[in-house]
Design a protein around this ligand. Structure first.
Ligand SMILES: [Zn+2]
Length: 300
């Protein structure tokens, strides 16, 4: 490593450039695997956090509305009190009327105040119905809030656990990847990263398997395959643009490549489960040599 650092990466042999790139790919694929393991959890946690926040706001707003309704009800009650005392007043005055005109006026007032009381009572009943439905909404929302808060707690703990488990490993891999990146000329590294970013499986460099590109499985013409084996130029797949590497240079034995494709699929479906399961499948299914490079390669 130290010796290599003294060499200008641009002046490196193509063979070494490819080797370094492939090693970098292996590290990055390992990091991708950790990400897959975390899966949708970070998003789920975020969604739940948003939902909990939304429910809290809704409950708060509805409680404010309930308070307003109650204030209104109190206003109506005051109105009724006032009208009732007036009614009492008018009714007592009826006993002392001096003429018909006064009598009629009092009766009109009594009628008016009675209507006021009636109307206020109607408004109170309406407000009480609204109050009740708002209270039910608060109750329902609170129940949902409690459920979601519990879900959030569980998911958060799950995520924290996974992060704690994988954090050290991920940091170690990132450190290694950084060191390898120093050995790769910036232009090539940039190109590699661009290819990797644009590919669904995160592979920027793949080895040739069964005369095809290990990334998109398009057939590679014999002349191009020969160029890849020569290791004198950086050759890319004509279809997907991924950098191609001779399997031998990547540390893959030709016989093992036969099982690459189905294994890749299996690995992808189990990826969301546990690492232990994954490595178990890998060990039993893999017919290839047990070098770590090979196993990580086929995983990605
Ligand atoms: Zn391809």
């Amino acid at each position: 490593m130290v010796k290599k650092k003294e060499i200008n990466p641009a002046e490196m042999q193509v063979e070494d450039k490819l080797k370094n790139l492939y090693q970098l790919q292996t590290m990055l694929s390992e990091i991708d695997k950790i990400r897959i393991l975390r899966g949708e959890l970070p998003l789920e946690v975020e969604d739940l956090e948003d939902e909990v926040e939304g429910l809290k706001t809704r409950i708060e707003n509805t409680n404010e509305e309930i308070a307003e309704i109650r204030a209104k009800i109190n206003e109506y009650k005051t109105k009724i009190d006032l009208a009732t005392s007036k009614l009492d007043d008018y009714k007592s005055q009826l006993d002392n009327v001096r003429n018909n005109r006064e009598y009629d006026m009092l009766n009109k007032e009594i009628e008016f105040q009675s209507l006021e009381v009636e109307l206020a009572n109607k408004r109170i009943r309406e407000a009480q119905i609204a109050e009740k439905s708002k209270e039910e909404l608060v109750e329902k929302s609170t129940q949902t809030l409690n459920e979601r808060s519990q879900d959030l707690e569980v998911k958060k703990n799950e995520l924290d656990e996974i992060i704690a488990e994988t954090k050290a490993e991920e940091e170690k891999l990132r450190e290694k990847a950084k060191n390898i990146e120093l050995l790769i000329e910036p232009r090539l590294l940039q190109a590699f990263k661009r290819i990797r970013k644009n590919s669904r499986n995160g592979l920027g460099i793949v080895y040739v398997q069964r005369d095809a590109c290990g990334g998109c499985f398009a057939k590679i013409p014999p002349q191009r395959q020969l160029d890849v084996r020569m290791r004198k130029k950086i050759i890319v797949c004509e279809y997907c643009g991924r950098i191609l590497i001779d399997p031998e240079l990547a540390g893959i034995k030709p016989e093992g490549t036969q099982e690459e494709k189905p294994k890749r699929k299996r690995a992808a479906t189990t990826a969301k489960k546990t690492t232990t399961k994954k490595t178990a499948t890998k060990k039993t299914k893999a017919a290839e040599p047990e070098t770590p490079e090979v196993t990580t390669k086929s995983e990605a």
